[in-house]
Design a protein around this ligand. Structure first.
Ligand code: GDP
Ligand code: IMO
Ligand code: MG
Length: 422
């Protein structure tokens, strides 16, 4: 049995959480492979809404095993908050959530360093989520990190050593560390909570499960255009969000990967700084934000909105090896009379369909194809036979441009508002 991967193809917030939840009944194990509490994955069902940050989105459908893989970075304080709110709503995860000993810990000083580096960047700041993601992955790569497994051996000593290194850097920047003691208190309470969970050698666990023919779904966070290698660098996150990240983030070999589900919105959004060639600054952009309720689930920041970018999408499909596409938030376009799709970029008068190295919004002119909107409320539809002709034309156009079938269409935030295409 192969492991399937599900990931975002744009700049995050494509709707990964919702679809992982929808697909969970088909799987026995759901595993997050990268990112941390910079993620906010929203699920809605039975009139309730949940936002998950570090916990995989497979926890609500049956008693499936959920794994936080080695590629993830975990903040114990935020993890405790997330677990407690799930417990309060009747979801006890202790037996169903397993955590890799090799996942890295986000320390309180990583959070301070994140804020400190952003402040030092001034106008060129990344617009991070402020959760300490970059500094934690930096320590992982520079071999200074602390891992979940470290909690079990000489932890206080290791913690103090790491903290002192960070304090030196913060001091050099003249950064105020006055809040540290307060953050540390919450953090250590988080460590106590974390210790009530089972830590595993997740690479062994997952490979044994593959041998036993168990069905596994790997859940990505962020999106391909935020990938550390292939995204719009330096305005990216600090992990490999692409499908290869599932191999390094879970310890599985490339030939174990089966389907790669690529998720995209019927338009496009981005939160934080960085290039976004199809961004709209007009009323259409405002309407996408309004109808799509495009505000960050973690930070509440308004998301930047624009038309779908097929240059970036084709690139994402290429580096991820996507085998099936899932189109989200189709209903957000329900009232538009015209819909545009960017099929190429014009750079210095030359047209290109390849995503370029240099992505300077001032220098890139998106080339658009216009289509007639369907102007029909799709939110209550339950089968593809009900789809309006203009919507089918949009889907066919995208499939032709992207050369991958669109297997699922989402027409609202609820679990039920999901249509599998035959
Ligand atoms: P994720 O980070 O990829 O899991 O996505 P987020 O949860 O951050 O953002 C997606 C948002 O869109 C959430 O508020 C979802 O409830 C919502 N959503 C998901 N699918 C649909 C859809 O098809 N239509 C609409 N209108 N909202 C959706
Ligand atoms: P989900 O999983 C959207 C963005 C931040 C910032 C950049 C770097 O919900 O799709 P970081 O804190 O990771 O160092 O910030 O990446 N970003 C996201 N944008 N969705 C996310 O996650 C994101 N996680 C990080 O806004 O621009
Ligand atoms: Mg999100």
């Amino acid at each position: 049995m192969k492991l399937d991967v599900l990931l975002g193809l744009q700049w995050g917030d494509e709707g990964k959480g919702k679809i992982v939840d929808v697909l969970t009944p088909e799987y026995e194990i759901i595993a997050r492979f990268q990112g941390g509490p910079n993620a906010g994955h929203t699920l809605e069902f039975e009139g309730k809404k949940y936002i998950l940050r570090s916990v995989p989105s497979g926890i609500f459908q049956g008693n499936k095993i959920n794994i936080i893989g080695n590629g993830v970075v975990l903040d114990p304080a935020l993890f405790k908050g997330e677990i407690e709110s799930l417990e309060a709503s009747g979801h006890d995860l202790r037996k169903r959530l397993l955590i890799s000993k090799k996942a890295h810990l986000i320390l309180p000083t990583h959070r301070l360093l994140d804020a400190c580096y952003e402040a030092a960047k001034g106008d060129s700041k990344i617009g991070t989520t402020g959760k300490g993601i970059g500094p934690t992955y930096t320590d992982k790569i520079s071999r200074n990190g602390l891992r979940i497994g470290d909690i079990l051996y000489n932890f206080d000593e290791k913690y103090t050593q790491a903290k002192n290194k960070h304090l030196k850097i913060l001091e050099q920047h003249g950064y105020d560390t006055g809040k540290l003691a307060e953050i540390e208190k919450e953090w250590f309470a988080g460590i106590d909570k974390l210790k009530t969970f089972t830590f595993i050698d997740s690479e062994h666990y997952i490979n044994n499960a593959i041998k036993q023919d168990k069905k596994i779904l790997a859940e990505g966070a962020q999106g391909t255009m935020l990938d550390i290698d292939f995204g719009s660098y330096p305005f990216v996150t600090s992990s490999n969000t692409i499908s290869a990240g599932a191999c390094t983030g879970l310890g599985i070999a490339p030939q174990q990967v089966g389907e790669v589900y690529g998720i995209f919105k019927a338009y496009c959004t981005r939160v934080g700084s960085g290039p976004f060639p199809t961004e709209l600054f007009d009323e259409t952009g405002d309407n996408l934000r309004k109808y799509g309720f495009e505000f960050g689930s973690v930070t509440g920041r308004p998301r930047r909105c624009g038309w779908i970018d097929l240059v970036a999408l084709r690139y994402a499909i290429m580096v991820d090896g996507v085998t099936r596409l899932i189109m989200m938030k189709s209903d957000v376009l329900d009232t538009f009379d015209t819909i545009k799709a960017c099929t190429a970029y014009e750079i210095n008068g030359e047209k290109t369909t390849e995503f370029p190295f240099e992505i300077d919004d001032n220098n890139i002119k998106p080339v658009y194809v216009e289509m007639k909107g369907w102007q029909t409320d799709m939110t209550k539809m339950r089968s593809e036979s009900e789809f309006p002709a203009e919507f089918n034309a949009y889907v066919s156009f995208l499939e032709k441009e992207l050369e991958v079938p669109i297997s699922i269409v989402s027409i609202g935030p609820d679990r039920e508002q999901t249509i599998i295409r035959k």
